[in-house]
Design a protein around this ligand. Sequence first.
Ligand SMILES: *[C@@H]1O[C@H](CO)[C@@H](O)[C@H](O)[C@H]1NC(C)=O
Ligand SMILES: *[C@@H]1O[C@H](CO)[C@@H](O)[C@H](O)[C@H]1NC(C)=O
Ligand SMILES: *[C@@H]1O[C@H](CO)[C@@H](O)[C@H](O)[C@H]1NC(C)=O
Ligand SMILES: [Zn+2]
Length: 420
Amino acid sequence: MAWRWLCLALLVGAAAAAVVPETKVQFDGFRVYRVVPTTQEQVQFLRDIENNDSNNFNFWTRPVLNTSVDIMVSPYLRIDFRDLARSVGLDVQIFIEDVQKLIQDENPKTRSSTYGWQAYYPLTDVYDWLRSLETIYEDRVSIINIGKSYEGRDILGVKISSKREGSKAIFLESGIHAREWITVATATYLINELLTSDNAGIRNISEHFDWYIVPSTNPDGYEYTHSTYRMWRKTRSPGDRCYGADPNRNWGIEWDNDLGSSSDECSETYRGKGKFSEPETKSLSEYLTNMKDELLVYLCFHSYSQVLMIPYGLKGMVADNEPALREIGDKAIEALKQRHNTQYEFGPIYEAIKYEASGGSMDWVKEELKVKYTFEWELRDKGRYGFLLPSTQIIPTADETIDSIVSILQDVQAREANNS
Ligand SMILES: *[C@@H]1O[C@H](CO)[C@@H](O)[C@H](O)[C@H]1NC(C)=O
Ligand SMILES: *[C@@H]1O[C@H](CO)[C@@H](O)[C@H](O)[C@H]1NC(C)=O
Ligand SMILES: *[C@@H]1O[C@H](CO)[C@@H](O)[C@H](O)[C@H]1NC(C)=O
Ligand SMILES: [Zn+2]
């Protein structure tokens, strides 16, 4: 009975999506529901609707037993979704009443034409700002180009170096998931702090290491979230039925593990046609391989849910130096909390998010390149705004995140000094 309604609504939803291709998709009346599946049947129910009907259901978090799952549901389906969920015994809580309203409030109506952190900016503004740094700080900054995206955009970042003999490198990967805008803003804020701050801790990490920072490692997706579809996550390579692969399931580690990714091209966690099928992950992995001898630290930013993670995303895999990473990470989330009392959880990916994730960049960097210190953030918040974190939270988010990075890197320096 309920399924019949779903199929009807599915057709309506698909038709509605088809009439608005090039214009910006509006999310009026879209809601985000939170459910907590407590049986395997309920988890399976959620996985089915996730994979079969991406027009009407957009999963903001993955369906996992006994954890909260946030699902954006199109208004065509609203009533039926609750009936449907109740038919398998799921309690439904409305978490975001109107997604379009949050989108309107996310960014100020007018934003300064000079790049800054009071608003989220599209890719061209980010890139113009990066290029301007090379001119202003010509002795310390150079533009790095990782390669081209599927649609032919450059994947640009900056290298910041004080040109000290024997400096080790830190690579920061950000924005691999397109809709996680706070990651791009936090990465550029970090760049600015490394170049301008007079805080002793930030000066120290700025000068001690060579920094490679790429704010948007999925530029096609990021551009698409600004121009057309705010909730886009994946790359933009076309498939037979759906666009894009999840660039954080596309790396050559346990790539075809069915527990950690999907083989369905319409899924949000579609792993792609093959390992490194996406030009974005292929070129980034090659870039990292070429610098692996100097690479001491790999950092990556995601959002949302406020967790700091270390490898691995797969049950039974343990990082060779896990005790050290745990000590460093526990201290880092304490440091992060000091500023605005923001609470983070910490742990290996599998333990922290309670589901398996395969083909991820950090795991690959750890396993294949043997990079010693690897950390991944899920930045603010815990679902009140989800991906639509208001731009007024950029600076507090970035400041507290930098506190955790300073903590990590001071520990790393101390440990490396003891080792040598
Ligand atoms: C999940 O939660 C339900 C209800 O609270 C409980 O009965 C069940 O044991 C939990 N399952 C696991 C694997 O923790
Ligand atoms: C969803 O897809 C799965 C696998 O293709 C199939 O078994 C299931 O019946 C589908 N459910 C619906 C509601 O279409
Ligand atoms: C940074 O601080 C550490 C001690 O915490 C020190 O050993 C190192 O020399 C400092 N580096 C710079 C560039 O100031
Ligand atoms: Zn992400």
